[in-house]
Design a binder for this molecule. Structure first.
Ligand code: SF4
Ligand code: SF4
Length: 333
């Protein structure tokens, strides 16, 4: 066996994931300062609203996408929500569900939590199939629900929602979910944390409708993890360490919608040529080329949006001044 060391891939992925996590956390803090300026009666300094937080408005982004496709209107209130949504969709359709494996801050957090659980409990238990299968369908049911609700909305209703005062401050409302946490929210988050400690990627695997959509789109991607039996020494490292619990060692090509293209299996495989990210006809793609493509699609779409004026919100200071002080009275339309 010819040995290979690709541990640099894991270090690189953690750097990307936690870099984006830090950027997102910083954006959340900037959003808090932005909202505080209005809530404090303009006593605190005004900071620029960070568009990156729009990534946490996926349902609004789904509405925006439908309005854009059907009416050609690109939502000017939270354009970054649609831009991030489009980039996640594009990555999935072409390069597998790598948005979840490389970019999503919740993915990074989820992985850190189950790895902590592994240290605490000595392992990450796997739910029996009769519980795992029905639970995995929950995220698809949530996806169908959101697609049905948004699909049923007329263009007029979509445009109406996206011009409501509520949508203007939907990001600040979401922030309030954490800064003014209700006891129900606290207990739900605590339960999620408790389940995410022992079980690998509990939120992503069972509950995230965004990941469900990206997983289904990833079936279109020509990129697949491919194992070559002649080089495989059956060391079991790939299967044992796959965050998505995929039986890599037993497959030739991983076609599952659960594969996030995280390359953990590739980075741990000790046998040269046994496991690669490949195109059809087993045409291998160097791991770093694959990652560069993922980053190029994500940051390229954001850069294009910035250059064409589709990144920053057009809500004016005066409009925020009118809406934010009365934010607690705004209900979801
Ligand atoms: S099969 Fe490999 S690339 Fe896919 S999720 Fe599992 S470890 Fe990551
Ligand atoms: S990591 Fe997986 S593909 Fe690589 S040698 Fe071990 S069992 Fe085979």
């Amino acid at each position: 066996m010819q040995k290979i060391d690709r541990s640099y891939l894991r270090k690189f992925r953690y750097s990307v994931q936690w870099g984006i996590f830090a950027l997102t956390a910083f954006s959340g803090y900037r959003l808090y300062l932005f909202a505080e300026h209005f809530a404090s009666g303009y006593k605190t300094p005004l900071v620029e609203r960070p568009p990156l937080v729009d990534g946490f408005l996926p349902i609004g982004a789904l509405m925006s996408l439908k309005l854009w496709i059907t009416e050609g209107i690109f939502d000017p209130i939270h354009p970054a929500a649609l831009v991030i949504f489009i980039s996640a969709i594009a990555i999935s359709a072409v390069l597998k569900k790598a948005f979840c494996g490389w970019i999503c801050p919740l993915g990074a957090l989820s992985e850190a939590v189950f790895k902590t659980g592994r240290k605490v409990f000595g392992r990450n238990p796997i739910l029996p199939k009769f519980i795992d299968y029905p639970l995995r369908s929950v995220k698809y049911m949530l996806l169908v629900f959101f697609l049905y609700v948004v699909g049923k909305m007329s263009s007029g209703a979509l445009a109406g929602f996206l011009s409501e005062p509520y949508w203007k401050v939907a990001d600040i409302k979401m922030l309030g979910f954490f800064t003014e946490m209700s006891s129900l929210t606290f207990y739900v988050l605590l339960a999620l944390f408790a389940l995410s400690l022992p079980f690998k990627n509990f939120w992503c695997r069972y509950l995230c409708p965004y990941g469900a959509l990206l997983g289904l789109l990833s079936l279109l991607s020509p990129f697949k993890i491919t194992r070559r039996e002649e080089a495989c020494i059956h060391c079991h490292k790939c299967t044992a360490n796959c965050p998505s619990l995929l039986p890599v060692e037993d497959k030739v090509r991983i076609k599952s919608p659960e594969c996030t293209g995280c390359l953990t299996c590739v980075s741990l495989c000790p046998s040269k040529g046994a496991l690669e990210m490949s195109l059809p006809a087993k045409k291998s793609v160097r791991p770093l080329i694959y990652v560069i493509l993922v980053m190029a699609v994500f940051f390229g779409i954001i850069a294009a949006a910035k250059l064409t004026g589709h990144w920053h919100s057009n809500v004016t200071y005066e409009e925020y001044k009118a809406v934010i002080p009365a934010i607690s009275e705004l209900e979801h339309p």
